[in-house]
Design a protein around this ligand. Structure first.
Ligand code: G3P
Length: 226
C-alpha cells in the first residue's frame, strides 16, 4: 500500500514526509497554480530533493502527441529520468504513452473517469494509473466499481500497473478506494490531517497519558528510571 501527497507545498511535504510512509508526490497544473509564484523547474527540483527516494509525478500540459512528448522530454531532461510523467488518457495521450514506453519513461496515466480508459492504460503498460474518485462521483460514475474492475483486470492479466487513486475530498472516499482494490492513494495533506485529527483519537491519547501519570506519578516511562 502506497501513500502519496497531491501537493507541491514544500512545508507540507517536509512535515508529512516525517509522518506518512510516503511513496511520492503527485502534481498537476492546477496544483502548481495553487502554489502561487514559483519557478517551475526550481520548485520541482526542490520537491524532488526533499522527498529523496520517493517518486515525483509531473504532468504534461500539451494537448497534441508531439506537445506531450516534448513536455515529457523536457521534464526528464531538467529533473531526471526517474521522474514519472503523468499523461491524460485520451487518444493523443495513449499515443504519447506508447512512444514514451518504448523509450522506457516512467509513466502515470491520469484523468481516468472510466473503465475503458483504465483498461487501455493497463494495456499500454503504464506504471501507475490515476482514477479520479471525487470527479467520478460528481458525474454519477460509481468510483468503487470502476476501481474494482481495474484491480480485477490487473489481477487477471498479471499486469504490473498499480492503481493510484486520486481526487479525494474526504477520508471516506480514500477508504472506499482502498476497499475497491486501489494499490496507492494520493491526497491533499489536509485530507490526511482530517483523518488523523479526530477528537476521539486525541481523547484516547490524553486519557491514557493521564491514567499513566496518576498511577505512576511520573510524566514518562523513562521518568521511572531516574
Ligand atoms: O492528481 C490529480 C487529481 O488529484 C485531481 O484532483 O481535486 O482536482 O479533483 P481534483
Amino acid at each position: 500500500m502506497e501513500f502519496f501527497l497531491d501537493t507541491v507545498n514544500l512545508e507540507e511535504i517536509t512535515h508529512y514526509q516525517k509522518v506518512l510512509p510516503l511513496a511520492g508526490v503527485t502534481s498537476n497544473p492546477t496544483i502548481l497554480k495553487a502554489a502561487g509564484n514559483i519557478d517551475f523547474f526550481t520548485h520541482l527540483q526542490a520537491v524532488k530533493e526533499r522527498i529523496g527516494e520517493a517518486s515525483l509525478h509531473v504532468q504534461v500540459v500539451g494537448e497534441t502527441v508531439d506537445e506531450m512528448i516534448l513536455d515529457a522530454e523536457t521534464i526528464i531532461n531538467k529533473l531526471g529520468k526517474e521522474v514519472y510523467i503523468k499523461i491524460p488518457i485520451n487518444e493523443n495521450g495513449l499515443e504519447a504513452i506508447k512512444r514514451l514506453k518504448e523509450r522506457e519513461f516512467n509513466l502515470t496515466a491520469t484523468a481516468i473517469y472510466t473503465e475503458l480508459q483504465g483498461f487501455l492504460a493497463i494495456g499500454a503498460g503504464v506504471d501507475y494509473l490515476a482514477p479520479y474518485y471525487n470527479r467520478m462521483e460528481n458525474i454519477n460514475v460509481d468510483a468503487p466499481t470502476v476501481i474494482e474492475s481495474l484491480a480485477q483486470a490487473i489481477r487477471t492479466t498479471q499486469a504490473q500497473s498499480k492503481i493510484l487513486a486520486a481526487s479525494f475530498k474526504n477520508t471516506a472516499q480514500m477508504n472506499r478506494a482502498i476497499r475497491a482494490g486501489a494499490h496507492a492513494l494520493t491526497a491533499d495533506p489536509d485530507i490526511y490531517r482530517q483523518g488523523l485529527a479526530m477528537p476521539s483519537i486525541q481523547k484516547a491519547v490524553t486519557d491514557f497519558h493521564n491514567d499513566w501519570v496518576e498511577t505512576f506519578k511520573s510524566p514518562s516511562i523513562q521518568g521511572l528510571c531516574q
